[in-house]
Design a binder for this molecule. Structure first.
Ligand code: MN
Ligand code: MN
Ligand code: MN
Length: 274
C-alpha cells in the first residue's frame, strides 16, 4: 500500500511548517508520494525536494493557483509542473504582486474599521506573502472574532472593510500556465465553492475544455457522499481522480497529513500520468 498526498501547504503560503518539516511529518505518516502545493507559489519546492531526497519520498512539484471563473475564485492545483517554466513563473509572480497589493488594501480597510496593529500582527504570522488566512488568524488572536469563519463573514467578503476584489488569472489562462509547464491541472476541493450542481457541471465542462485533466476526489474532510459524488463527476467528464489533505498545520485544524481514504473503484488516479 502506498500513501499519497497531493495537496499541502508550507509557510511559503498559509501553512505553518517549513517544507522540510512538512516532508518529515509526511514521512512519519508513512507517505511515499507527496506534493507541496502552496498558494500561487513554488518558493518552497527546492527545499522540499532536498528533504524528499533525504527521506526517500517522491516529490511531485505542485502549486495551487487562485483563478477567476464567472466572477468567482476557484482553486486549480497544478501537479508535476516544471518549476523553472518561464510562463508559469511569470503568472505566479503577477499573482504574488496582486497578493501584496491586496494585503496592503486589506490592512488599510481594517485599520479604517478601527482595528489597530493589524499589519504588525499579520507580519508576525506570515513568513512570505500575507494571505487572507493570516489576517483571519490575526483577528482571532486579537480577540476581535471567535474563529476564522466569523472573520471572513464580518470583514473579508462582499463590501466589508477588509474585502478586496480579486484579480486572478482566468481559469483557462491558469490551466494554460500549468499545461505549458508540463503539468496536470486539477480542480481543487470541488464542493468548497458552494456551487449548485448545475454550476459545478458548468465549471467542470469549461475546465475540461480548457485542457484541465483532474479533479480532487478524496480530500481530508470528504464525507462518503462527497467522495461518491466527486467520483461520479470524474467519470462523467473523463477526469483523473486526485487525493490530497490540504494540510496547513493550523492549530485545531482537524486534518491529518497523508491519511486519506482510497480512490473509489472506477476512478483513474491522476498518478497514472505523473
Ligand atoms: Mn490555504
Ligand atoms: Mn484551496
Ligand atoms: Mn490548499
Amino acid at each position: 500500500m502506498s500513501s499519497i498526498d497531493l495537496h499541502s501547504h508550507s509557510y511559503y503560503s498559509d501553512g505553518v511548517l517549513s517544507p522540510t518539516d512538512l516532508l518529515s511529518l509526511a514521512k512519519q505518516q508513512g507517505c511515499q508520494i507527496f506534493s507541496l502545493t502552496d498558494h500561487d507559489s513554488m518558493g518552497g519546492l527546492n527545499e522540499a525536494q532536498q528533504q524528499a531526497d533525504t527521506l526517500d519520498i517522491r516529490l511531485i512539484n505542485g502549486v495551487e493557483i487562485s483563478v477567476l471563473w464567472k466572477n468567482r475564485t476557484v482553486h486549480i492545483v497544478g501537479l508535476g509542473v516544471d518549476k523553472n517554466n518561464i510562463l508559469l513563473n511569470k503568472g505566479l509572480a503577477e499573482h504574488q504582486q496582486f497578493r501584496q497589493v491586496r494585503a496592503q488594501k486589506m490592512a488599510e480597510g481594517l485599520e479604517r474599521a478601527g482595528i489597530k496593529g493589524i499589519r504588525e500582527a499579520v507580519n508576525v504570522l506570515s513568513s512570505y506573502t500575507p494571505t487572507r488566512t493570516h489576517f483571519a488568524q490575526a483577528l482571532v488572536q486579537q480577540g476581535v472574532c471567535r474563529d476564522m469563519k466569523t472573520v471572513f463573514k464580518r470583514f473579508l467578503v462582499g463590501n466589508k472593510p477588509g474585502a478586496v476584489s480579486n484579480q486572478w488569472a482566468s481559469l483557462s489562462e491558469a490551466i494554460n500556465w500549468i499545461v505549458v509547464a508540463g503539468g496536470v491541472a486539477v480542480v481543487a476541493h470541488p464542493f468548497r465553492y458552494r456551487l449548485s450542481q448545475a454550476k459545478i457541471k458548468e465549471l467542470l465542462s469549461d475546465f475540461k475544455e480548457a485542457g484541465g485533466q483532474g479533479i480532487e476526489v478524496v480530500i481530508s474532510h470528504s464525507s462518503d457522499d462527497e467522495i461518491t459524488q466527486a467520483a461520479k463527476l470524474a467519470k462523467h467528464y473523463g477526469l483523473l481522480g486526485s487525493m490530497g489533505s490540504d494540510y496547513h498545520g493550523w492549530q485545531g485544524q482537524n486534518c491529518k497529513l497523508a491519511a486519506l481514504n482510497p480512490l473509489p473503484n472506477g476512478v483513474q488516479s491522476v498518478m497514472s500520468v505523473l
